[in-house]
Design a protein around this ligand. Structure first.
Ligand code: FES
Length: 108
């Protein structure tokens, strides 16, 4: 496993997601400002489509979530677990910033 520099923090839009190519897979990265950075596999487990970065951000019972644009399931940003269906998980990735750059921990 290794940390991959995906972009500079200054170039990340706040309050929404972007997709980045990390070691051969699309990762959805969400910049929620003071609430932090989150990274999930961009593939929506319910549909198999690579689109979670395009989902709306919301809060459910105090947990930050992204709503899939396709079937609208909500995935917790910190764990990737689906609110509506315990069997669905969008794989979470470790993410950090260093000296103004955003890094995602690539997994094999
Ligand atoms: S996007 Fe409307 S409640 Fe989650």
């Amino acid at each position: 496993m290794s940390w991959i520099n995906v972009c500079s923090e200054a170039n990340m839009p706040k309050g929404t997601g972007v997709a980045a190519w990390v070691a051969g897979r699309a990762v959805a990265i969400f910049n929620l400002g003071n609430d932090g950075l989150f990274a999930l596999d961009n593939i929506d487990p319910a549909s198999g489509v690579s689109l979670l970065a395009r989902g709306l951000i919301c809060e459910i019972d105090g947990e930050l979530c992204v709503a899939s644009p396709l079937y609208k399931q909500h995935y917790r940003l910190n764990t990737g677990r689906c609110i509506e269906n315990d069997d669905l998980v969008a794989k979470p990735f470790d993410i950090k910033t260093e000296q103004g750059n955003v890094f995602v921990l690539a997994q094999s």
